[in-house]
Write a protein that binds this ligand. Structure first.
Ligand code: PLP
Length: 385
């Protein structure tokens, strides 16, 4: 009988998570060491210095590569450190980068205020329109950077189509897959070259750490990313690696519950008279519902609503009790935030206006609490508007 490939949940629990060979411990140990004893000059067990490699980190990298279906994974101290690593590895002075125009605010902040100083040009494009990506391609375009769905407008990009366009121009496609996690969306299978995650979010899943990962597909990616871990040093700590290894074990069941709650809350908000608009790819009213069904296997739990004004958003956010007001997303608890003053403050008023991000928008990262309790909380908070 042909050996069938393991399923997602099995991989999440077992790849890189094999019992410790020296003790039989079922969980991967935290190797809290800065260096490794060497038998003689040039003879070691594959580990020399912790910035270069660490066994807890190796295990996490094996696990995340398997979950995204890549050939390598490299983890960093934060999602932004992972984005930075991509720029350090694959962009040099005179190169051009295309970036989706409503990516997480920290990404354009890095590109505009750091990368531009090194002579890399960036063009922001509405990547939900593949023709716009094609038009923006130049001879020196090296990377097309997309986020799908976007934060917080929940706009989708057709990964397969944009991968084809990027490749036709000799560029590579990198996808920030933080919102969906590999459980609901696997960009590499659709033709992307690299996937990035803020592991801070769904992969960790418990709002108790900070990290980032790049999963890639080519030997040159693995080589350069390992080099930049060593050369620049923004690596993930062994303790954080352990937290993410612990977190991904329940990723499959968490995502199912996030998705179920996300659909229930979106349907409730859709009918609420005080809510002017609900942005959620699982609603048939979402303009890209068909694409969502095609390239994702679930809709997740990120929802943005339009309350109508800053004042309304403020009134509502002051009242929430079960939902916690705060930045970030992807934890087991429901987080609610105000993108204009939080995650997307760095874009500036004009930047936000250009992409349609208003002061009345409120973003929910729906957790895995009982949906009824969340609805009751939102009901009393929306009554304040
Ligand atoms: C979609 C997305 N990408 C990247 C990041 C940056 O990750 P980190 O905060 O781990 O640096 C975030 C953070 O909120 C995010 O939401």
């Amino acid at each position: 009988m042909k050996k069938k490939e393991q399923g997602f949940a099995t991989k999440a629990i077992h790849v890189g998570q094999e019992p410790d060979p020296s003790t039989g411990a079922v969980t991967v140990p935290i190797f809290a060491t800065s260096t490794y004893v060497q038998e003689e000059i040039g003879k070691n067990k594959g580990y020399e210095y912790a910035r270069v490699s660490n066994p807890t980190r190796t295990r996490l990298e094996q696990n995340l590569a398997a979950l995204e279906g890549g050939t390598s994974a490299h983890v960093f101290a934060s999602g932004m450190a992972a984005v930075t690593a991509v720029t350090q590895c694959f962009l040099k002075q005179g190169d051009h980068l295309i970036c989706g125009h409503n990516a997480y605010g920290g990404v354009p902040r890095l590109f505009n205020q750091v990368l531009a100083g090194y002579g890399v040009e960036v063009t922001y494009v509405d990547t939900s329109d593949p023709a716009a990506v094609k038009k923006a391609l130049r001879k020196n375009t090296r990377i097309v950077w997309i986020e799908t769905p976007t934060n917080p407008l929940m706009v989708l990009t057709d990964i397969k189509e944009v991968a084809g366009i990027a490749h036709s121009g000799g560029a590579e496609l990198a996808v920030d897959n933080t919102f969906m996690s590999p459980y609901f969306q696997r960009p590499l299978e659709l033709g992307a070259d690299m996937v990035m995650h803020s592991t801070t979010k769904f992969l960790n899943g418990h709002s108790d750490g900070l990290g980032g990962v790049i999963v890639a597909t080519k030997p040159v990616h693995a080589e350069k990313l390992a080099f930049i871990q060593k050369a620049a040093g923004a690596i993930m700590s062994p303790f954080e690696c352990w937290l993410v290894l612990r977190g991904v074990k329940s990723l499959a069941v968490r995502m199912v519950q996030h998705d179920q709650n996300g659909r229930a809350i979106a349907a409730y908000l859709q009918k609420h008279p005080k809510v002017k608009k609900v942005l959620y790819p699982g609603l048939t009213e979402h303009p890209q519902f068909e694409l969502a069904k095609r390239q994702m296997t679930g809709f997740g739990s990120m929802i943005t609503i339009e309350t109508g004004s800053f004042d309304n958003a403020q009134k509502m956010l002051r009242k929430v009790r079960v939902c916690s007001l705060g930045e970030s997303l992807g934890g087991v608890e429901t987080l609610i935030s105000h993108p204009a003053t939080m995650t997307h403050a760095a874009l500036g008023e004009e930047g936000r206006r250009e992409i349609g991000l208003t002061d009345g928008m409120v973003r929910l990262s729906v957790g895995i609490e009982d949906a009824d309790d969340l609805i009751e909380d939102l009901e009393q908070a929306l009554a304040a508007i």
